[in-house]
Write a protein that binds this ligand. Structure first.
Ligand SMILES: [Zn+2]
Length: 350
């Protein structure tokens, strides 16, 4: 269990969001939770679904804070009482977060929840247990979790987060009230980045488009020096385009896209950027207006090379990248997956 990083939720926000109004977007999910608080009809299990980085953890924390606040302001927590201060500091004993250790949520992590549920909430009225990436529960953990769901002691609330209900056992899903979250609009993310991170319009727009609706991803990208990494990745892709087929993998390998020290995550991020490049090429070939182009700072280069590709080859290239991304998620050797992908991309280039 982990309470140390509660201040930094999935969206990577450094300053804790403590009121409904501060949470970006998610009108329906907010309304749902506010109604629960108005009516004080709190169920014992909720399933928050949607992509990472769109506010599921944040809303769980706002909900939890409001539930235990000693002098709430309507449905919002006061932000000053003892319980609120504990939540803001990230050391509230009645707010437990569970997240995967490595790639999985182990049965021991679920047993710890079970043990803490044997006691009444320590300081407040409710204990909230938030399970992040609940789809990462291994089978044993899911089964142990089902037992908790079947007979949860009063005063305990479980909030599961997952991308899709389909990622979980149907018996778990059917015991939870489902609260869907939507991807955020490009505009909302862009405005947020300009206001809070001081980005200029062009960079904010590019990050917002690349993050595809996830504020968390936009912030992570920004903080990990995305723009210079993107330059490197795009020049690697240029090498893939320009290398002669065949000799490319042996002789020019070092100059090209393969760096064995790159992590799986880095390779995946690079492929995502490559995907945006191909998507842009496709849009240019289809004569779509310029403002739909993601890599708008490279518009003239994109226009220059788009003619080298047939639409069919661009679509095939996108399929290759998509397939490679799926293989990367599995246990495949990352270098092999990348090698295979760039060899095929090379064949389809110009
Ligand atoms: Zn309070």
């Amino acid at each position: 269990m982990n309470t140390s990083d509660q201040l930094q939720d999935q969206a990577g926000l450094r300053v804790p969001v403590t009121s409904f109004a501060q949470l970006l977007g998610q009108k329906r999910a907010k309304k749902f939770v506010q109604n629960l608080l108005y009516r004080q009809k709190i169920a014992h299990a909720y399933l928050f679904t949607g992509m990472p980085g769109i506010g599921k953890t944040t809303l769980a924390r706002i909900f939890s804070m409001a539930l235990n606040c000693e002098s709430p302001n309507g449905v919002d927590a006061c932000g000053h009482c003892r319980s609120c201060r504990q939540m803001i500091r990230g050391n509230c004993p009645d707010f437990i977060t569970v997240q995967p250790e490595g790639q999985i949520i182990k049965i021991d992590q679920i047993r710890k929840i079970q043990q803490s549920f044997n006691f009444a909430p320590l300081s407040g009225k409710y204990r909230v247990c938030l399970i992040q990436q609940a789809n990462k529960m291994i089978e044993e953990a899911s089964n142990a979790f089902l037992k908790i769901l079947e007979e949860p002691p009063d005063g305990n609330i479980l909030i599961l987060c997952a991308r899709e209900p389909l990622d979980l056992l149907p018996t778990i899903v059917s015991r939870c009230q489902r609260v869907p979250f939507q991807p955020l609009s490009t505009q909302k993310i862009k405005d947020w980045l300009i206001k809070n991170n001081g980005l200029d319009e062009e960079k904010a727009l590019l990050l917002a488009r690349i993050s595809e609706g996830s504020l968390g991803r936009a912030i992570q990208n920004w903080e990990s020096d995305f723009f210079s990494r993107r330059q490197v990745w795009l020049s690697k892709l240029k090498n893939v385009f320009e290398a002669s087929p065949g000799i490319f993998l042996s002789m020019e390998r070092k100059k090209t896209a393969i760096d064995k020290t790159d992590s799986k995550e880095t390779i995946s991020n690079m492929m995502e950027v490559w995907e945006t490049w191909y998507r842009d090429l496709l849009l240019i070939r289809a004569k779509v207006p310029n403002h739909y182009i993601i890599n708008s700072d490279f518009l003239s280069r994109l226009k220059k090379i788009a003619g080298n590709f047939t639409i069919n080859n661009i679509l095939k290239s996108l399929t290759i990248l998509n397939q490679a991304q799926i293989e990367l998620q599995g246990m495949r050797n990352t270098t092999l997956v990348l090698e295979h992908a760039i060899m095929n991309l090379n064949r389809l280039a110009g």
